[in-house]
Ligand binder design. Sequence first.
Ligand code: SAM
Ligand code: ZN
Length: 281
Amino acid sequence: MSTLDAAFDILQCPSCGEPLSAADGGASCANRHHFDRARQGYLSLRAAHKGKGAPATGDTPEMLEARERFQAEGFHDDIRAAVLAAVPADARGWLADLGGGTGWHAASVLDARPELHGVVLDASAPAVRIAARAHERLAGVSADVWTGVPLRDASVDVVLRIFAPGAAGEVRRILAPGGTAVFAVPHADHMRELGHGLKLMKVPAGKAEEVAASIPDATLVSSVEVRQRVQLSVEQALDAVFMGPNAFHQDRAKVEKVLLEWQAPISVTIAVTVVALRLEA
Ligand SMILES: C[S@@+](CC[C@H](N)C(=O)[O-])C[C@H]1O[C@@H](n2cnc3c(N)ncnc32)[C@H](O)[C@@H]1O
Ligand SMILES: [Zn+2]
């Protein structure tokens, strides 16, 4: 059985919250809401859009490529290690990676925790297409986690939310008793050097404290700060800018012009806190 087929044990309808089961090459619920399974092996669980503005579409292929290059260069290795260390050594059952992108973190956890199966939920269809192939025990689901996470109550043993959005109430709802939620949140000075001369989005201060307190009935297990300075080429600095939401607001040629005026290597601060919360068993 594929991991996506097995995931029907935990998936629920994004429109009405009823359990989903496999049907007609896709998925449907008792209220006959139907969702398609893409040829590339992921499931599209997008409910009719009710919120203000445009529905979330997530990262573009160019952003994903920039992030994949940046991760492959090793700049997020210490963050990945801290995320893995926050997952209990005996974790079993299901892992959900909210805004999990291409599944880079989920795959590393699944490699080290052979009793876990995982699902990446991300608004970006190109991201979940890659995630669905990132690990044999990993499924990909495209979903807008702001409008609700299409997973059943108390069905997940490990939740990851790494540099990604998602309401704490939904994390709490899907966590099983004894489950662990792992968040990675940037500090206000994360990559601050790249903001010099460029009008990049600012990271608000106090986000780590906010997530640590975000599930009132969970216990704070650990809060680990990953802080280092990395030396980037202009190309790598461009990837650092364009792998995140700045890509939606910045002109690549203008940013490149500014970065080329700086002396490479460009010294940049990585400052991220990895927080683990656990529910009572
Ligand atoms: C900064 S990336 C982090 C990706 C991944 N967690 C990692 O660290 O490699 C943020 C991710 O959140 C996704 N995203 C943004 N808004 C979303 C939403 N409303 N619902 C689901 N995913 C969303 C983006 O598509 C992107 O993959
Ligand atoms: Zn339904």
